[in-house]
Design a protein around this ligand. Structure first.
Ligand SMILES: Nc1ncnc2c1ncn2[C@@H]1O[C@H](COP(=O)(O)OP(=O)(O)OP(=O)(O)O)[C@@H](O)[C@H]1O
Ligand SMILES: NC(=O)c1ccc[n+]([C@@H]2O[C@H](COP(=O)(O)O)[C@@H](O)[C@H]2O)c1
Ligand SMILES: [Zn+2]
Length: 275
């Protein structure tokens, strides 16, 4: 397939990034290789979207630090970017909404780029129109010339779709059905088995790309925070500028690990109280 006929693809990773690790960055490289190897896609951009503080996960430090570390980690990448929209919202934002937001932004910027001569106020009107058009389900990931968006996650996040009161079923349907997922295998999770056992995931299995990480890599941010609390080295688990940032700002202590210790995670709080 000629390069111009391939579907342009943007990968969006949502998560705590508390802190960002080398494995978070590897996820993007692994997914890009896998998707481009299908011959159908050209991956043009990666977006890291750190979750906001109102997610209330235990040990979650302030978004400003997590964002800055993600920026430092990606400063040498020519395609992975960091976006603060999600973390700037006053309340925790469902991942389906984050995906929708970035898809709308993509379509808008594509159309604006195509239309450089449009006068300013016309441009703004066009942006609004585009947001409405591209949020209609018939438009999502169906236009060959505009970039498609897929959620990038580890197999543990895919498996978390089965946790009661954590995800709305319509959000799962929207993410896997209308956008698609690139899922990196992770020790302790069996993505293929989980897809097989879930009716909705099985229905959309062609839209879920399971990316096998052969160099099994068990780096987790939890492990990194634990090592830091114990004064152990985390070098080579994180990019050097991130290690320096953590040292300079004395991040990750026993005290910070207790943040939100007695608070219910935002999605559980939201969906349990409405059930
Ligand atoms: N080692 C890994 N292998 C595969 N996916 C990973 C790995 N580490 C993180 N991810 C994925 O990266 C995304 C962001 O994850 P997150 O910020 O929760 O990192 P984490 O290392 O799992 O942190 P924590 O231990 O705090 O949960 C998620 O989709 C998660 O599944
Ligand atoms: N219902 C939902 O949309 C939902 C539920 C749980 C987690 N999430 C997201 O998944 C990511 C998971 O991050 P952690 O693995 O760090 O908890 C976060 O970005 C979070 O916002 C979304
Ligand atoms: Zn995690």
């Amino acid at each position: 397939m000629a390069s111009q006929e391939k579907t342009k693809l943007v990968l969006l990773a949502c998560g705590s990034f508390n802190p960002i690790t080398n494995m978070h960055l590897r996820m993007f490289e692994l997914a890009r290789d896998h998707l481009e190897d299908t011959g159908r896609y050209r991956v043009v951009k990666g977006i890291i979207s750190p979750v906001g503080d109102s997610y209330k996960k235990k040990g979650l430090i302030e978004a400003c630090h997590r964002l800055e570390m993600a920026r430092l980690a990606t400063e040498n990448s020519d395609w992975i970017t960091v976006n603060d929209w999600e973390s700037q919202q006053s309340e925790w934002v469902e991942t389906a909404r984050v995906v929708r937001h970035h898809h709308a932004e993509l379509i808008s910027s594509e159309n604006i780029n195509d239309d450089v001569d449009t006068v300013r106020c016309g441009k703004r009107r066009k942006l609004e129109q585009n947001k409405n058009i591209c949020q209609s389900s018939s438009y999502i990931n169906t236009q060959a010339d505009t970039p498609h968006l897929k959620l990038l996650c580890g197999a543990d996040v895919l498996e978390s779709f089965g946790v009661p009161n954590l995800w709305k079923s319509e959000d799962i349907e929207e993410i896997v059905g209308q956008y698609g997922v690139a899922c990196i295998t992770r020790c302790g999770s069996d993505a293929e088995k989980f897809i097989n056992q879930s009716d909705v995931l099985y229905k959309h299995r062609k839209n879920i790309h399971v990316v096998r990480e052969w160099v099994t890599n068990e780096i987790s941010a939890t492990h990194v925070r634990r090592a830091l609390r114990r004064g152990q080295s985390v070098r080579y688990l994180l990019p050097d500028p991130v290690v320096r940032y953590i040292q300079d700002h004395s991040l990750y202590s026993s005290e910070s690990e207790q943040k939100n210790a007695d608070v219910i995670l935002a999605p559980l709080q939201r969906y349990t109280s409405t059930n």
